[in-house]
Design a protein around this ligand. Sequence first.
Ligand code: ZN
Length: 317
Amino acid sequence: MRQTPFGEMFVFDAHTHFFDLSFYENLGRMKGINASAVDIAERLGWDEAPDKSVEAANAWVQEMDAKGVDRMVSMHTIPSNIFQAAEGIHSAAGRLTGYAAMTPNMEGAPNLLDRLVTEFGFRGLALFPSVFRFSMQDEATLGLLDVAHQHGLNIFVHCGAIKIGFRTKLGLPNVFDCTFTPLEMQPICAACPNANFVFPHMGSGYFRELLMLADMVPNIYTDTSGMGGWGKYLDGNPAPHQVLKHAVEVMGAERILFGSDSSFFPRGWRVDTFVAQVDVFQEAGLNDEQVAQILGRNLERMIRVENQSDAPSAPDA
Ligand SMILES: [Zn+2]
């Protein structure tokens, strides 16, 4: 729980990345880098990754305890060595909720997702079609989405503009396809009513498209991470609180999730981002109930896991 001007709030962060040793190693193996995990840490100015992913998970739980964060989504971000990260995330089940970053062309992708859900308690699928260059309409993608639909997962889909700071820092080209918009997902989202689709960063530049989609299809969500960055693409260059207010008017506060986009140590959980977002909530004129929904209650409602009864929960939820 964290103290805010709206009262003490249950915090369930919908957008964080889990960078364990496998992430550092995979990054080091990328074309044009050829670096060890230790070199990667040094070049990025990050703490070295602990040997075991369970230790990486422990570091997050300690950080959450220190900063008053009840629960967080842990996105495994590079689609490989998935079980290594899953072990760590699963060890903190109740505090960390796993989302599997996958590409539909991974071998046995549907079965892999099914195992992550049933054996490791994962509750989400994270898709980056613009980064890994696949179509959301391919047969393989639809097969994967069907598994997510059957398990009632959250499906995180990054559309639109994307900048990845660590890639830039390592000198990797950010060659992405940013043309894919939330609107193209309409028939797919409508066909998977058990799943919840989360388009991060207020649609990452496709704000209008996100609102149109959310107006037509109920299982559409967004998160607040980076919400200040997208006004420049919109008519009149609205301020972050105007963007948020508009989103609340069209989608309702019950479909907006707080996200900090935290990822590496020593930065840890981004208190500064949390404080800045709470300021925006005030400027937008949100009430206590709306803020409680955004900061954690919505996501708690969306993550239904029977074997996680020991997970901290919102007091009045
Ligand atoms: Zn992110």
